[in-house]
Write a protein that binds this ligand. Structure first.
Ligand code: HH2
Length: 271
């Protein structure tokens, strides 16, 4: 089980926008998340929340590169949350080893070749449409089947472009072009993604579907974040992308102790 801690260097991310726009503040936050138990720090310079404006490449570079450089050398991996190859290239040069691309290598024609050439990890995420339009009436016959098919196609495309299959993670893209019911169905049906044969990353942290279900405000969705993340882990997720690393790490220890009665063995669902 791996925890990916979110380091948003943006003015407009939905839950922590503006808090870590200063590179030094973002670096300090990343170090704190690492100390709290993050295995990976996910550094992003462009919000992908519904309706978010696109960020110019120069601005995204200016946000992301110094933060990746400032976090490189810690005992955690660094992923860069971008769909721009130029930003990914600079972040990889500064010490990142994973590209977290919410477009699953469809956003920039140079991205697949870059990931293949550098031999780095990549997260392929499902998104219906793009962040400006994705929440306009999303429709599926069977959301789990359709997300699975999309991920299978993107997995094949990545491998065909020369990406090492063993370095690919898949992600159903909770909240990206889905109604609340679609998000619940995906979390319930995660086991149907298992036969893709790749680790599954899930990001529910503080997302608005939690607020609609329990009435909580954006920066107060820890209960729903923990519930959804633990259920995702039990259903087969092996990487959880969260803002609240300390609390998630504590919750996972308890869930692991229950699901794995033999503490000496790593356990089936949570390792
Ligand atoms: N969710 C967000 C951003 N990046 N990447 C992956 N692989 N999976 C996710 O579910 C995911 C993601 C949205 O969360 P956040 O970064 O907190 O907000 P914003 O996009 O507004 O910066």
């Amino acid at each position: 089980m791996k925890l990916m801690g979110v380091v948003n260097v943006t003015p407009d991310s939905f839950s922590d926008g503006g808090l870590y726009l200063d590179p030094q503040a973002a670096i300090e936050h990343g170090k704190e998340l690492a100390a709290q138990g993050a295995d990976i720090l996910d550094v992003g310079g462009e919000s992908t929340r519904p309706g978010a404006a696109e960020v110019a490449v120069d601005e995204e570079l200016r946000r992301v590169e110094p933060v990746v450089a400032g976090l490189a050398g810690l005992e955690v991996e660094i992923s860069v949350d971008t769909s721009k190859a130029q930003v990914a290239e600079a972040a990889l040069a500064a010490g990142a080893t994973i590209v977290n691309d919410v477009t699953a290598l469809r956003g920039d024609p140079e991205m697949a070749a870059l990931v293949a050439d550098r031999g780095v990890g990549v997260v392929l995420m499902h998104m219906a449409g793009d962040p400006r339009t994705m929440q306009v009436n999303p429709e599926y016959d069977d959301v789990v089947r359709e997300v699975r098919e999309f991920l299978a196609v993107r997995l094949d495309a990545a491998v065909a472009a020369g990406v090492d299959e063993s370095r690919i993670w898949v992600d159903p893209g909770i909240g990206f072009g889905k109604t609340d019911q679609h998000n619940f169905e995906l979390l319930r049906g995660l086991d149907r993604l298992a036969d893709l044969g790749r680790p599954i990353l899930v990001g529910t942290s503080r997302k608005s579907f939690i607020g609609r279900a329990d009435g909580s405000a954006t920066d107060d969705r820890l209960g729903g974040t923990i519930a959804t993340s633990i259920l995702a882990a039990a259903a087969g997720a092996s990487v959880l992308r969260v803002h609240d690393v300390r609390e998630m790490s504590e919750a996972l220890k308890l869930a692991g102790a229950i699901l794995d009665p033999d503490p000496a063995s790593p356990g089936p669902a949570l390792e």
